[in-house]
Design a protein around this ligand. Structure first.
Ligand SMILES: Nc1ncnc2c1ncn2[C@@H]1O[C@H](COP(=O)(O)OP(=O)(O)OP(=O)(O)O)[C@@H](O)[C@H]1O
Ligand SMILES: [Mg+2]
Length: 368
């Protein structure tokens, strides 16, 4: 009886042990599966955490989280650089000055501009504000330049309108002064000088206005063939009062056969601007301006027109910026003459070359 009982108990024990073994094996299996899963999750977590860190640190925006104790709880590399650049106090002042929500522009010391985007942050164990800070100094500069450009353009258009309106009455003044000069020649010779001064002053004004108009408008070229000497003669004649006033000799050595393929009015302005400069540069009495031309073989292009003066010359530093607008050494100069001449010659597909020793002569050669 006792043995039978013992056997039954033994069997029950064996069966329980076997059940336990099966459960244990299942548990072991489950533990291994869970461990594998955790490992996989860990790999994923580390991958995403590295990715997040790398995104944060490679973004050009400074990203910072300021916690409730006003400490930097999180900051990326750009924020570290900003902190090093501005210093902690200035950076905290800037952030404190911005709103806790939305966009904000800040003009820091040293003329730098920042755009701050702020949002509240409530995360596990971290409450504060997340800031995204961008340096928009360059953007601001472009914006200001663009606005200035628009204003300048409007001013240019206005100047062109005014210049245009002034040209008509000027033409009348010049005409009447010339007529007066002719009438006074016999009756009041002493007054002739005064009228010729009026004519000269009006011509100077006219040339300033022509240059201003050419500077503001786009140059479109309609080329035709002309005798070069005709255009140059006309410019010399126009400048006659000035030449006489300074007693400058013009040595015109142009070949009568040389022709120029150009838009007459524009090319005339080129010759005029270069000649005018030459006359300005030479001394009173003893000044000489020599005009020569050269042409390619068989009377073909290119045509070279050279205007040489024995004036003060052009210093090397000035030679580099001659064709840039508003570069002048004259008290009454606008610094437009050569930049316009260059613009016109380039629009013709040509070039202007300058040669000067900086003290005693200057030669401008126009190649078309
Ligand atoms: N033949 C020259 N000899 C010496 N300097 C010259 C000569 N031509 C030009 N320059 C120099 O180049 C500068 C620019 O000439 P540019 O004709 O563009 O302007 P400007 O004569 O000063 O003024 P604007 O022609 O608008 O009345 C002059 O101020 C002068 O310093
Ligand atoms: Mg000039």
């Amino acid at each position: 009886m006792d043995i039978e009982l013992l056997n039954t108990a033994m069997e029950a024990f064996n069966s329980a042990a076997s059940n336990l073994q099966t459960s244990y094996d299942a548990l072991k299996e489950e533990t291994k599966r869970l461990r594998d899963e955790v490992e996989l999750k860990n790999v994923e977590l580390s991958y995403f955490s590295n990715l997040l860190e790398s995104v944060l640190n490679n973004t050009p925006s400074a990203i910072l989280v300021v916690n409730e104790r006003a400490e930097f709880a999180v900051k990326n590399s750009a924020a570290d650089a900003l902190l090093a650049d501005m210093g902690e106090k200035a950076l905290k002042d800037m952030l404190a000055g911005s709103l806790h929500q939305g966009l904000f522009e800040y003009n820091a010391d040293g003329g730098r501009y920042y755009r701050i985007n702020a949002g509240e942050l409530h995360s596990d164990g971290l409450n504060g504000v997340v800031y995204v800070v961008d340096d928009i100094t360059l953007l601001k500069k472009f914006e200001l330049e663009r606005q200035r450009g628009i204003q300048l353009q409007l001013m240019g258009e206005m100047a062109a309108n005014i210049a245009h309106e002034i040209r008509n009455p000027l033409g009348s003044i010049e005409l009447f002064a010339s007529l007066l000069e002719r009438d006074l020649q016999s009756s009041a010779p002493s007054a002739v000088k005064m009228t010729s001064n009026i004519v000269q002053a009006v011509r100077t004004l006219n040339s300033i206005i022509s240059n201003t108009l050419l500077f503001t408008k786009e140059i479109n070229v309609n080329k035709e063939e002309f005798i070069l000497a005709d255009i140059v003669d006309e410019a010399v004649l126009y400048l006659q009062p000035l030449l006489m006033k300074k007693d400058v000799a013009v040595l015109n050595r142009l070949e009568e056969t040389h022709k120029v393929f150009c838009e007459r009015g524009l090319f005339y302005q080129v010759v005029m601007n270069i000649l005018h400069n030459a006359i300005d540069a030479v001394p009173d009495k003893g000044g000489e301006v020599e005009i020569t031309s050269e042409m390619g073989a068989f009377q073909r292009y290119p045509l070279k027109l050279s205007i040489t003066d024995n004036g003060c010359g052009i210093a090397p530093a000035m030679q580099d910026k001659l064709f840039i607008p508003f570069q002048t050494t004259k008290t009454k100069g606008a610094g437009l003459g050569l930049s316009i001449a260059y613009k016109i010659v380039k629009a013709h597909g040509g070039d202007i070359i300058v040669d000067s020793d900086g003290t005693s002569y200057t030669r401008f050669t126009v190649i078309l």
